[in-house]
Design a protein around this ligand. Sequence first.
Ligand code: TRP
Length: 360
Amino acid sequence: MCAEQVDYGTFEAALERSRRLEEDLQKNPGKYKILTGDRPTGRLHVGHYFGSLQNRVRLHKLGVPTFIIIADYQVLTDRDTFEEISENVRQLTIDYLAAGIDPTDGKTFIFPHSHVPELNQLLLPFLTLVTNAELDRNPTVKEEIVASGQKTINAGMYTYPVHQAADILFCKGNVVPVGKDQLPHLELTRTIARRFNHRFAKDNPVFPEPQPLLSEAPIILGLDGDQKMSKSRNNTIMLSADEDETAKLIRRAKTDSERFITYDPDNRPEVANLLMLIALCTGRKPEDVAGDIGNGGGGQLKAMLTESLNDYLREHRTKRKELEKDPGYIRQVLKDGVAAAREEAISTLEEVREVMNMQL
Ligand code: TRP
């Protein structure tokens, strides 16, 4: 193994690289292959929409081939439940499609990794390229162990980042749109690619070193205003909510006691978050939205948000309902995704066996 350690790096450096990558993607979309993924833990909410989904749709529309992994095995790392996995896979797929991901373009694939055996097999050689100490140091895993509240931690929790490297490298993805929490996993993936090439394929590298593309979308707080929007915190608006539910949730959203509305994220985070959501839905600046409301107070702010968000999500919600009625189509999208992913995985595994001297 190379002596060089996994470098978990600084956020600023990653952001700078990511900006350069974004520029190049616009100019040369043909050079890239995007690989992105989610855990199927439930339906998507407004925070997901503005945080990652919208960005994926934008990249997809640049025409870059896109593999979207539904990481069903990863769900088992920090919870005991598995009963809802297949329903969650379905719901996630519906949200991707409703948001504008179009797998009929022939270069966009959605699939659960549990159905791609050759991808999973890459885990075995990859595990031999990292040390226990490196896996122990992964800051995202450490946080997840605390957040899970579990007394015993299964080995999948420590090793899933290596499996995630297989998720990314099986198709030789070279761009991975992610949030900050995924940077350690990307760094590990790059390390595994580098070590693999160095050890087994010096003259003819098998794997690219994939680059993270950081979303610069603001983090959406939950309706309680003091934490990130997240299902486990019960502070979300689901994309699948109807217009009345949306109105009701927003009516209960936390604001503050000051009537005059201003955009001041440091001192008035709850109000700023609602203003930011209006801004994202309407393409305006949050400061300008605040200026328009002014003395209208919290009531007007909430009324405006309800209307903007319901308008903004109307198309998504209508498509969602249509797709719900057609489970056969959703299954077909996933089956097509699995077939395309397997083709890539089989060919990569073949190459891997060959350079490792394991051919028959
Ligand atoms: N770990 C990611 C998350 O929790 C999900 C994921 C699995 C992923 N495989 C991936 C993300 C591959 C990007 C690329 O959100």
